[in-house]
Design a protein around this ligand. Structure first.
Ligand SMILES: Cc1ncc(C[n+]2csc(CCOP(=O)(O)OP(=O)(O)O)c2C)c(N)n1
Ligand SMILES: [Mg+2]
Length: 365
């Protein structure tokens, strides 16, 4: 049994979330419930063999994606691991494109070629889900390098901060530490967000990681700012994460965040979950992030009624049902698509300047 999460959410006292309008918090509730409903229908479609391949469900972790993505600007790049449907929806991906991708259909966000683990959406600055554990961590540094280079050297873009998500199972990967080192050395504006759900597949964090209750100590080794926060309360998360994200953008420097969370479903759709008890899952469900925010809106802000909540749930059910129908009806990709998109086209606006290409000193050092 994992013991990684704090026992109850920390209270919010005059944090930045208290100044947010009711409508913003209602939109967060909507986004979290959209993810929850989307995942329920994804599981159903998977069980009906309409979705194939690996599929990892995000239910339980919704506050992490919604709280962090809403702490930054839409132009800030996001890169993540394979448990990626929730982030894609929180970033604004059309649920139909997300579902069609899982169905392997041509109208999916990656033309049906990526599937569940590879949600990619350039217009929404979402640089993909990645299946190799930790593989996205150097990409996070690279996205931050490009962003800072565009802002500082080319003077073609605003100050940005990149968000790079990974699981607790990725923090002991070599690539992760190499990326942290470079992010600190080059002062890259990237936040490494550990969605610490306490398990790497069926292995509890106490069994897969040394010093499992002090993940932020990894950041100390790189003299990097860090934060450990309860990721089940979206308000608490926002109150701590938002100022950090603002600081990373302003100072153009990296940070490391240990977000304590929990997943309700198994690691993937084919996990019998023998490594944890039903009681443990129920204990976390008692602290559910959606119920937590709903309670705040109904009883503390008094800006939502039972009927409002029912109407919101009904609307979301309709949107997700429509996404499934859209995915079912969309055409399969043509066989000729097998040999397209294998290599990327050069990205002229990300090319280094001539000086830098010919071995000049890294302009960001
Ligand atoms: C380099 C590498 N090693 C092993 C795997 C197999 N694998 C897939 S997911 C996973 C667990 C990762 O857990 P975590 O990072 O905590 O993410 P979570 O599934 O909890 O979101 C492992 C070991 C892999 N995909 N890549
Ligand atoms: Mg994990």
């Amino acid at each position: 049994m994992t013991s990684h999460a704090p026992s109850k959410p920390a209270a919010v006292k005059d944090g930045p979330s208290t100044k947010l309008p009711d409508e913003t918090l209602k939109k967060w509730l909507y986004d979290m419930q959209l993810i929850r409903e989307f995942e329920a229908r994804t599981m159903q479609a998977y069980q009906q063999a309409k979705i194939g391949g690996f599929c990892h469900i995000y239910s339980g972790q919704e506050a992490c994606a919604v709280g962090t993505i809403n702490s930054v600007e839409h132009h800030d790049p996001v890169v993540l691991a394979y448990r990626d449907h929730g982030h894609a929806l929180a970033r604004g991906m059309d649920p139909r494109a997300c579902m069609a991708e899982m169905f392997g259909k041509v109208t999916g966000c990656a033309k049906g070629k990526g599937g569940s683990m590879h949600m990619f959406d350039k217009p929404n600055n979402l640089f993909g889900g990645h299946g190799i554990v930790g593989a996205q961590t150097p990409l996070g540094a690279g996205l931050a390098f490009a962003a800072r280079y565009e802002w500082e050297v080319l003077e073609t873009g605003p100050k940005k901060v990149a968000l790079c998500y990974l699981g607790d199972g990725a923090i002991d990967q070599g690539a992760f530490h190499e990326a942290l080192n470079l992010a600190a050395l080059f002062s890259l504006p990237v936040i490494y967000i550990i969605e610490n759900n306490g398990y790497s597949m069926g292995t509890a964090i106490e069994r897969h990681s040394a010093n499992p209750h002090n993940l932020v100590s990894r950041a100390l080794g790189y003299d990097m700012k860090s934060l450990e926060v309860d990721g089940l309360s979206i308000l608490n998360l926002y109150d701590h994460f938002k100022p950090l994200a603002d600081e990373c953008r302003e100072m153009q420097k990296p940070a490391f965040v240990d977000l304590k969370t929990y997943r309700y479903q198994g690691h993937s759709m084919s996990d019998p979950q023998k490594y944890r008890s039903k009681d443990e899952v129920e204990q976390f469900k008692d602290r559910d992030s959606i119920a937590n925010l709903l309670d705040h809106l109904m009883n503390e802000r008094s800006c939502m009624s039972e009927d409002d909540w029912k109407a919101m749930q009904k609307k979301i059910k309709g949107i997700v049902r429509e996404a499934v129908e859209y995915a079912e009806q969309a055409p399969e990709p043509d066989a000729s698509e097998l040999s397209t998109d294998v290599y990327a086209n050069p990205q002229p606006n990300l090319s280094p300047t001539e000086d830098y290409r010919h071995g000049a000193r890294n302009p960001l050092l």
